[in-house]
Design a protein around this ligand. Structure first.
Ligand SMILES: [Ca+2]
Length: 214
């Protein structure tokens, strides 16, 4: 059967409209590594993510401040995008190419596209997600202590405002995963992933990722 051209066109338009809508409905997800990898400025417009530190000694969100320095492509001579505190030492970054770090009697590779953070002696590092939606969210995360040559690992927690939802301690060279289910948020809610040096900040380079879905 031959359909009239007009009818064919409207059928195509209708079906593409339906598929766009269903895609939008399932596309409510925010992946830290994916989103960071595309960033070329310190605080992209409309991004829910922010990269912070806490030098106050008191773990409360009111004390979290944005890293003072952003470098788009060559962070301390390495092919990485980073947010950092040159006066303090803490940093968060994402390599744009693999590069090898050598120090503390060992060497290892920072991988392209892997979110890396390093708390310092006086600073926690923090990833903030400011919810653009109201409803219930889920989150999946992983955290790895990358540098096992020294130090005592790190502590972590994921907080809604200042309420700790989950937390843990990673041994030197260790790793963990976590998940959150049905966390109620509004468009003013903020979720924080906090990385803390534990006893000392030696070899505390940490890789992590976070996927939030609605
Ligand atoms: Ca440590």
């Amino acid at each position: 059967m031959k359909l009239p051209k007009k009818l064919l066109l409207s059928t195509v338009l209708l079906s593409s409209f339906a598929s766009v809508n269903s895609w939008a409905d399932t596309a409510m997800s925010w992946n830290l590594a994916r989103d960071m990898y595309l960033m070329t400025v310190a605080a992209p417009a409309n991004s829910p993510w922010a990269f912070l530190e806490n030098k106050s000694g008191v773990n409360a969100s009111a004390n979290y401040t944005p890293f003072p320095t952003f470098v788009a492509d060559q962070c301390n001579g390495n092919p990485s995008t980073c947010w950092k505190d040159d006066a303090g030492g803490a940093w968060t970054g994402i390599p744009k190419k693999d590069y090898t770090f050598t120090g503390s009697g060992t060497s290892f590779v920072f991988k392209q596209g892997d979110v890396i953070t390093h708390p310092w002696s006086n600073a926690q590092t923090i990833f903030r997600w400011a919810s653009p939606v109201a409803g219930n969210i889920n989150a999946l995360g992983r955290i790895n202590d990358l540098h096992n040559a020294c130090g005592d690992g790190i502590n972590w927690s994921i907080n809604l405002e200042d309420t700790v939802l989950q937390s843990g301690s990673i041994a030197n060279g260790g790793s963990t995963t976590f998940s959150l289910n049905n966390v109620a948020v509004t468009t003013t809610s903020k979720l924080y992933l906090v990385i803390d040096k534990k006893g000392n900040n030696s070899c505390d380079a940490t890789s992590l990722d976070l996927l939030i879905t609605r």
